[in-house]
Design a protein around this ligand. Structure first.
Ligand SMILES: Cc1cc2nc3c(=O)[nH]c(=O)nc-3n(C[C@H](O)[C@H](O)[C@H](O)COP(=O)(O)OP(=O)(O)OC[C@H]3O[C@@H](n4cnc5c(N)ncnc54)[C@H](O)[C@@H]3O)c2cc1C
Length: 207
């Protein structure tokens, strides 16, 4: 029985660590792809009241700052509700991803509170219950998104594009729209179409 095509939509950070029978060429570049991953960290707070709406007239959207928190996101749902969840920090630019990934949740929250205070005096008393996620530390994820540069796209990404026997690589890391869902979907549709073509050709050959 022939080997059936398989679509491998798993982050390269994870695939490279699995014991596989991929070809030596593919194995050699998986690590290059894994090392290309960016790291991102978010911190969210609960607010007992929606002070950004009530006191500042802010309804959804994002504040960009030059501070470490980089961004603050206001919820676009639950407008005029009783409470709300605010994204208090999104660390990824300027090499902040690895730095904040290495911190404890308490340390990240402390930075987010201090920076938020600069935007909104009294912020410390307006938010509580911080939660943070560092994608580098999430099991089976180990990174936020791939970021091929010119060299790695030419030397590694190109090796992962064609099938390796029955295996196809699909997902965000196999796209040119890295860090976007659209890239993941487009790259996966591309692979599914190629698998469909291959299976159809095999069926036609048998008939
Ligand atoms: C912080 C952050 C913010 C983002 N913001 C946006 C945004 O605003 N807009 C946008 O469009 N995109 C955004 N993205 C990107 C978007 O989330 C990704 O492009 C998309 O989720 C990638 O889809 P995927 O199917 O390729 O991979 P994933 O969604 O990562 O799916 C891979 C799956 O494989 C699973 N897996 C891992 N190992 C194994 C294993 N051994 N066996 C079985 N399963 C396994 C994982 O658990 C995971 O569920 C963001 C990403 C991050 C990290």
């Amino acid at each position: 029985m022939g080997r059936r095509p398989r679509d491998r939509d798993r982050p390269l950070t994870v695939v490279g660590a699995i014991d596989t029978d991929f070809s030596p060429q593919v194995k050699a570049v998986l690590d290059v792809g894994a090392r290309s991953y960016q790291h991102a960290v978010k911190v969210a707070f609960e607010a007992k009241r929606r002070w950004w709406e009530q006191d500042y007239g802010i309804y959804g959207g994002i504040s960009w700052t030059t501070r470490d928190i980089t961004q603050m996101w206001y919820p676009s749902a639950g407008i005029h509700g009783r409470k709300g969840i605010l994204l208090g920090a999104y660390f990824w630019l300027g090499g902040r991803g690895p730095i904040f990934s290495a911190m404890t949740p308490e340390q990240r929250a402390a930075v987010a509170l201090a920076d938020g205070e600069a935007l909104f005096p009294g912020y410390r008393d307006l938010v509580h219950r911080p939660v943070s996620v560092a994608w580098k530390n999430v099991p089976f994820q180990s990174g936020a998104w791939s970021a091929w540069d010119e060299d790695t796209r030419r030397d590694a990404y190109s090796v992962l594009l064609p099938p390796d026997g029955p295996y196809w690589f699909a997902g965000e890391h196999m796209s040119h729209l890295n860090s976007w869902q659209e890239g993941a979907i487009r790259a996966t549709h591309h692979v599914l179409e190629r698998i469909q073509e291959r299976v159809s050709a095999q069926r036609t050959g048998r008939d």
